[in-house]
Design a protein around this ligand. Sequence first.
Ligand code: CTP
Ligand code: CA
Length: 226
Amino acid sequence: ASRPDRGTLLAGRHLLVTSGPTHEPIDPVRYLANRSSGKQGHAIAAAAAAAGARVTLISGPVTLADPPGVTVMRIETAREMLAAVEAALPADIAVFAAAVADWRPATFGDEKIKKGPEGPPPLALTENPDILATIAHRQQGRPPLVVGFAAETTDVIAHARAKIARKGCDLIVANDVSAATGVMGGDRNAVHLIGRDGSLESWPTLAKDEVARRLVARLAELAPSP
Ligand code: CTP
Ligand code: CA
């Protein structure tokens, strides 16, 4: 069998990617966030566009440039990200690479919280919607190939295996985001691909761009024909 040329691997496919952190406002001047840079998600969007896909990238606040040839929707909060994902469907492939904030402040006021004699204000949190699980469990309009990420600091593979079942996705890309690995914010990543059937494939430490190219090639194999 002949290998398709680069540039056509994902021709005719619509691929949706989430990337970056979300910001959850506490008051007009403060927010909760995390260390995600968006590098891995943006690299996947760029690699998919280079492989001929129509790509929609839904990104939280990042300092990265928009990848060429990609439609970019910028959002701040998890709830905005979910709305943007739903608006961007249908898609043939959805890759949820964003580091979505699990919680947001339960209340948000229009006025800046001031220091006072009572001491620090309590910060009550409420859970954000799980975007990946919401989309993967849809009865109608579920993308035929749904890919999640798992960000772990211990027992990476065991936690990721539990996640694939809970989330209802087809594939999980698990990475160790402990501070010592330098993955969060860095240019390299070491990932494990975990399939729904329990299959496990561990890739060596690679540049995030190379992880993205290999992942796109894998998605082209796994995605049903358009
Ligand atoms: N995710 C999501 N929406 C959320 C939280 C997570 O879409 N509110 C997605 C992420 O984009 C990722 C996957 O779910 O693809 C796993 O995220 P992760 O933070 O590793 O898992 P959680 O289920 O949030 O569990 P925990 O943070 O407790 O490990
Ligand atoms: Ca989480």
